[in-house]
Design a binder for this molecule. Sequence first.
Ligand code: AMP
Ligand code: MG
Length: 479
Amino acid sequence: MTLHIPFDNTYAALPPVFYTKQSPVPVKAPELIAYNAALGAELGITAGGTAELAEVFAGNRVPDGSDPLAQLYAGHQFGNYNPQLGDGRAILLGEAVGPEGARRDIQLKGSGRTPYSRGGDGRAWLGPVLREYVVSEAMHALGIPTTRALAAVTTGETVWREEGGLPGAVLTRVASSHLRVGTFQIFAARGEQAALRQLTQYAIQRHYPGADGPMGLLRAVRDRQAELIAAWMSVGFIHGVMNTDNSSISGETIDYGPCAFMDVYHPSTVFSSIDRMGRYAYSNQPDIAVWNLAQLATALIQQAEDPQAMVEEATEIVHGMPALTEAAWLRRFGTKIGLADARPDDMALITDLLTRMAEEQADFTNTFRALGDAVEPDTGKVHDQFQEPESFDSWATGWRARLAQEADPMAVMAAANPVYIPRNHRIEAMIASAVAGDFAPFERLNTVLSDPYVVQDGAEDLRRTPAASEVVKATFCGT
Ligand code: AMP
Ligand code: MG
């Protein structure tokens, strides 16, 4: 059986202003690390043998029906507008339409230079490829919208980074599209109104068929993004590079660079080595999402004959975002403490717990999961999470009183509080093993994280917080 992907390429059918047609650059000796067969089946892919998968997902053979291209976009990076970015190390093979009718982009990342590579080599090394594979699949299993990982291969080539020579790799990423805020920004900034209008039509058709014009699109993106950010917050996720080119129109998490899940809870946590000002700190994410939406609004209104006429509506839409994020946050954090349908006056109870967790250096994931065993007084491991257990006890009195109004708070909590998250120190150890040729930790992480809300035999160590010597203080883009 040979590999077959049911391509149906609509982006490649748009005018050339949106991309450059470009094939992936072949690599020396592709070897398959992972193929996500379940996802492949969803996409309608019939897989060939290992050697064929390695060839195709390394970019050495362009599969039938693919019309490869590099997409053009711009974006605000750390608040500064960069007038041209684009896929500098990625190639869109095309769109697969699976048996259920969903259209999904299939993109190679680390597939060689393109006209948008600027100074870069167009390559990726094994570390970020495996990180994105594990974390994006974990995110999906947590129930949070995200791009997916279809395959990973090593290239047999060496990639040079600050750390020295590293094994090269290519990730195959699947997304409901790769349209970003920055895709709109570039045509708006260049005054290319016709392209901007066509892109808006395309995005509406592809993602929000019911949306009415540019402002309908803006509203739809806002609603998805508000849900997404609240979902990130609810699992302690820090994206790390919420630039407008990494902000998806579909509302999926995209571009896993220096991202991280928090261990100890603190609202101002930052991991990314390049985020020196803490712009993308955990608690800033809702505000940054509003800022990014405002950039999308600014771009979208440029397509009107009279942009001023759209300003009022665009402003109203953007200003409506914080209330939506807050409502989604309340709903999610409500379930984390056992409230099936939290009310605005429950907000204080939740924030009080978070304040105590920050003061007591409580582990975010383990504390919330342990709450499920603390519904009855003096039970459970939740005390272990607090340096001063009394701090928890004095909060829990009011909490238990509130739980008396709930039908099944333990079930609500079990479904809202994961047991397993991809902890940084585990990711780092997994990468070190893989570089040394041992992919067993990579496979184990994928297996356990695929069912994150259920306690699994033999996986207790993956719940453990890092020892002092294991704490990861900074994460790197690794580009
Ligand atoms: P990112 O950090 O992934 O959001 O990438 C920001 C921009 O830098 C995008 O235009 C990328 O295509 C480009 N880029 C990142 N790494 C490389 C690389 N190794 N070679 C060429 N371009 C790159
Ligand atoms: Mg990016």
